[in-house]
Design a protein around this ligand. Structure first.
Ligand SMILES: [Zn+2]
Length: 282
């Protein structure tokens, strides 16, 4: 419906031929409000649907139940969470997911755990990208492994949030996120991805090279002293070949403290940047 805003009223008397006339002038701007674009106006309706009421009731009751870490969401809870899109519960549900995905909580049965594992990704995927990313990245440094897995599985690669993590202490976390995707890429994403690539390209050395002595190592040449203190003969850029204790395989760190797998992930990421850049500049 149209409105007039900034209304200004003017009265003017006109005399002549023994008569007096009033001229009234109204000046204002006609505007048309689009109520569908204004959720705050839409909320003040004079009726509330039973679905809205039910949604609010469920949000409160499930939110209260989930304050208890031992409460397990059952099949009916999950039915409600998904059909009523109870996204406000996402931080609570996510915390539960991280807890259950890595440990066995005795009070929670396997079937309840399976329900959570089966329903959590569809739930997260039903949220909009920014909201889901806000929930997941909030826990990224407290549980890097669990979070990275969710980010990869739900296409929640978020360059702006990863840029905030760019610190040498977080290099393994950052590299673990490089293989993740997002539903679509913009020029801004690309710029932030280049920033991530530059950070990885300029990581400080955590190990160093020394010149090997023939008598000690059997041959002369470059030796890598990795951040774990192993000394092995490698080519420049090579990876430590020392065996780790407890059957953990070989050390595999290079002078930057990165494994071969991580170096490959960075190369693939750089290639992704090149492809995106040529696609976006068409
Ligand atoms: Zn080593």
């Amino acid at each position: 419906m149209p409105f007039i805003v900034g209304l200004h009223t003017d009265f003017e008397e006109i005399f002549g031929k023994g008569k007096t006339k009033f001229v009234v002038s109204l000046v204002g701007t006609a505007v048309k409000l689009d109520c569908t674009q204004m959720p705050s106006l839409k909320a003040h309706t004079d009726s509330v649907s039973v679905d809205t009421l039910r949604r609010q009731q469920l949000m409160l009751s499930l939110g209260n139940k989930m304050k208890d870490d031992n409460y397990a969401l059952n099949a009916s809870d999950w039915g409600n969470i998904l059909s009523y899109s109870l996204w406000d519960l996402a931080p609570l549900i996510y915390r539960r997911y991280l807890l259950l995905s890595k440990s066995t909580v005795s009070n929670i049965t396997l079937s309840e755990k399976k329900l959570l594992m089966d329903n959590f990704f569809p739930f997260l995927n039903s949220m909009n990208f920014e909201d889901a990313a806000s929930v997941v990245y909030a826990d990224v440094t407290t549980d890097p492994y669990g979070t990275a897995e969710v980010i990869r599985n739900c296409q929640l690669f978020h360059p702006a949030k990863i840029v905030e993590l760019l610190h040498p202490d977080n290099k393994h976390l950052v590299v673990s996120l490089l293989g993740a995707d997002k539903p679509d890429y913009t020029e801004q994403d690309l710029q932030q991805m280049r920033q991530i690539a530059r950070f990885l390209d300029n990581l400080p050395d955590t190990g160093h090279y020394i010149e090997g002595k023939e008598s000690l190592f059997g041959k002369s040449g470059t030796m890598l002293v990795c951040e774990r203190g192993h000394t092995t003969a490698v080519d420049l850029g090579g990876h430590c070949t020392e065996m780790l204790d407890h059957g953990l395989g070989i050390c595999n760190l290079n002078v930057k403290g990165l494994t071969e797998t991580e170096v490959k992930a960075i190369a693939a990421f750089n290639q992704k940047i090149e492809i995106l850049s040529s696609l976006l500049n068409k």
